[in-house]
Write a protein that binds this ligand. Structure first.
Ligand SMILES: *Cc1c(COP(=O)(O)O)cnc(C)c1O
Length: 427
């Protein structure tokens, strides 16, 4: 599409947007009486209007039924983890029995590593992208130590080339190949939280399997953001959180994927009663018998109140359709990319470090501001734009990064236009 740098053009795009009605399904915080421009759906997605209603229903059932609510409430609490399965399967490109909503992201990452990080003296290394989200780094480091290996030698970080900010696909594959017979596990982000780079699940998984390693993905910034085909791509496991693009509320229930081919295997795991064979769960017998599928990795009973909110958000994803959402998302972010390039074609003030190719990114753009970025960010915030500021990870470098994530469910082309104008005027 040929874009134009004008408010009227942005508004035209909004007018033609077949998803525009979904904005009304969310509660948008106000700034000086007007809805703010909310670009941090990658951090905490907005509240769906229906979240309050469904949570109140559960509170009412708790009030009226108390313990009987496990079976007699409108959505029996005992089976709550099942209610999100179909949607989560659709969003992740999996079979329903391959996914389960449970726990929190980092907890699930540990649980998956219990099963899929089985180091031996020859094969004990974990390959991960450099600069991974802190929690993932800590999880990996502590798992390595738990198995009595040294993180310095056991963790291999794939780094961008000097002067580059994102990883080249060929470099990732080359690293996998060169460490092949030492690798126990490859753990990658689906979409990198800092740079917004979307990785190629299929080829990374293929290369990992060829090397003899398991391959898992952290989908924190990918789920609800980019198309996923976990089953077809042969990914061994994946984990995600519910509060970012899935709009399920602060601290919401997270989830995990375990590929079908592992469902009958004797992979070791940490067990709890909610993962036990359902028909016998309440017999309280000795001897753990896992539920078939991803459900067998559950530990505890389901967090109903926050899981309820997730259901309302998943309904919106299903109604809107994941491929339609992606189509708008690509256009929205491409428009933002175009406007930012128009405003600073020679990269005098900033550089977009997220890949320029739509196929290699989700909705987020990460803008590295060379100088006075924090000041500019403050001005942007004062103008009613909610974005995210990250200090440079290099102490000798005065630049920082503004991350913005226009999401297709509730952001508009006008939001994008206004942001770009505000950034221009703030620098
Ligand atoms: C947001 C995020 C987390 C947060 O972990 P929680 O366990 O949900 O607190 C972890 N890893 C990545 C990659 C994230 O983006």
């Amino acid at each position: 599409m040929k874009f134009e740098n004008s408010l009227s053009f942005a508004r035209q795009l909004d007018k033609k947007d077949s998803l525009k009605k979904y904005r009304k399904q969310f509660l948008i915080p106000k700034h000086k009486g007007k809805p703010c421009i909310y670009f941090t759906g990658n951090s905490l997605g907005l509240q769906p209007i229906k979240a309050k209603k469904i949570i109140l229903e559960e509170l009412k059932d708790w009030e009226k039924l108390a313990v009987e609510g496990h079976l007699q409430s409108k959505r029996p609490w005992l089976y709550y983890h099942k209610f999100s399965k179909k949607a989560l399967a659709k969003i992740t490109g999996s079979f329903p029995e391959e996914v389960v909503a449970m726990n929190q992201l980092t907890v699930n990452l540990h649980l998956m590593m219990v099963s899929f990080y089985r180091p031996t003296a020859q094969r004990y290394k974990i390959l991960i992208e450099a600069g991974a989200f802190s929690s993932d780094q800590y999880a990996v480091e502590s798992q390595v130590k738990w198995h009595r290996y040294n993180p310095d030698s056991a963790i291999i970080e794939v780094k961008p080339r000097p002067g580059e900010f994102t990883l080249r696909q060929e470099d990732i594959l080359e690293e996998i190949k060169s460490h092949g017979d030492e690798l126990a596990l490859i753990l990658f982000s689906g979409v990198q939280y800092f740079t917004g780079q979307l990785f190629d699940f299929k080829s990374i998984t293929e290369a990992g399997h060829k090397a003899g390693a398991y391959v898992g993905f952290d989908l924190a910034h990918a789920i609800g953001n980019v198309p996923l085909n976990l089953h077809e791509d042969q990914v061994d496991f994946a984990v995600w959180c519910g509060y970012k693009y899935l709009n399920s509320g602060p601290g919401a229930v997270a989830g995990a994927f375990v590929h079908k081919r592992h469902h009958q295997s004797s992979l070791p795991r940490f067990a709890g009663w909610w993962g036990h064979y359902e028909k016998e769960r309440f017999q309280m017998k000795k001897g753990f018998v896992p539920m078939p599928g991803a459900d067998g990795w559950q530990l505890s009973n389901f967090p109903v109140l926050n899981g309820a909110a997730q259901l309302t958000s998943l309904d919106l994803f299903m109604e809107a359709g994941t491929s339609v959402l992606r189509k708008k998302s690509e256009l929205l972010t491409a428009y933002l990319f175009y406007l930012l390039k128009e405003a600073d074609p020679s990269e005098h003030s900033y550089k977009i470090i997220t890949p320029s190719d739509s196929a290699q990114r989700g909705c987020q753009l990460s803008i590295m501001v060379w100088r006075n970025g924090k000041k500019a960010f403050k001005k942007i915030s004062e103008a009613g734009i909610v974005a995210d500021w990250r200090e440079s990870q290099n102490p000798n470098n005065p630049s920082g990064v503004i991350r913005v994530a226009p999401v297709p469910l509730y952001n508009t082309f006008e939001d994008v236009f206004r942001f770009s104008e505000t950034l221009k005027n703030s620098l």
